[in-house]
Write a protein that binds this ligand. Structure first.
Ligand SMILES: C[S@@+](CC[C@H](N)C(=O)[O-])C[C@H]1O[C@@H](n2cnc3c(N)ncnc32)[C@H](O)[C@@H]1O
Length: 252
């Protein structure tokens, strides 16, 4: 594995070691969320955004699977799933969480050099991985090229990334749209606004800590998605937050 990727390993390995073992969300979303409300909320909203689109996949690649939260979620939505991640500790946690799932396999590798043949998967899922590739623009472009290479023609890549949200990358809508060469973007919609101060999600976190009944949680998730949509419609250019893109690979 190339020397430059050691820095990713160190960062994510450290996060995986520091998080509580039983908490599948802490090392892949916000490591500082000890109350768990914020991470559960983000996890919930990302899954409802995907659930309308990712149904009945034959084969699925979870691109940067982390602790395996999407491997668990998609195991009933795909016939077989492969999770890849560069970080040894993440792969070990994902193995533990998915040990009872017969249709899940895990491979430790860099997303810039996938050990799979061209057109191996019907679908690819990427949640919050491109946004952490910060060594250089080429790094992210190479990762996307690999993602598209292993996707079958006509297959779909489901991508949830922060747009203009990470201080280190600040990638725009156009940056993401441009990177997926040879693909058509068939879905492009906001999932969640960035910034807890202005967000309804802050209410959820506070409410959750005071033991809000679980039935109210999905309601707040849906409110956040509606508010994100409205916010985006009004101020498209300046919208920052989590975004869902679905790309379909065209014939070459
Ligand atoms: C923010 S976490 C997201 C994990 C998972 N997709 C999720 O949403 O739960 C980012 C993940 O990307 C992995 N990662 C970082 N750089 C990578 C690389 N070059 N190749 C493969 N995985 C990488 C990290 O180990 C980490 O597990």
């Amino acid at each position: 594995m190339a020397e430059e990727y050691k820095s990713y390993e160190e960062k994510w390995g450290g996060r995986a070691k520091r998080a509580r073992k039983e908490d599948i969300l802490q090392s892949v979303i916000d490591p500082g969320d000890f109350g768990r409300g914020k991470n559960r909320f983000i996890d919930y909203v990302q899954k409802i955004a995907l659930s309308k689109h990712l149904v009945n996949a034959a084969s699925l690649l979870d691109f940067g699977c982390g602790t395996g939260r999407f491997l668990l979620w998609s195991s009933s939505r795909a016939s077989w799933i492969v999770g890849i991640d560069i970080t040894r500790e993440m792969i070990l946690l994902a193995k533990g969480h998915t040990r009872n799932l017969a249709n899940v396999r895990l491979v430790r590798c860099s997303c810039n050099h996938l050990p799979f043949r061209d057109e191996s998967f019907d679908n690819v899922l990427d949640v919050a991985v491109l946004q952490v590739l910060v060594l250089g623009e080429d790094d992210c472009v190479n990762a996307v090229n690999e993602m598209v290479r292993v996707l079958k023609t006509g297959g779909k890549a489901y991508v949830i990334e922060q747009v203009q949200g990470t201080p280190t990358t600040m990638r725009s809508h156009e940056d993401y749209l441009k990177m997926f060469r040879g693909c058509t973007c068939v879905v492009h919609k906001p999932v969640m606004r960035r910034g807890w101060g202005k967000s309804s999600s802050k209410m959820v976190v506070l409410a959750w800590k005071k033991k809000m009944p679980p039935f109210a949680f999905p309601l707040f998730g849906r409110i956040e998605m509606i508010m994100a949509k409205r916010h985006f419609e009004k101020r498209r250019a300046s919208f920052d937050g989590d975004y869902l893109f679905v790309f379909e690979k065209g014939a070459t």
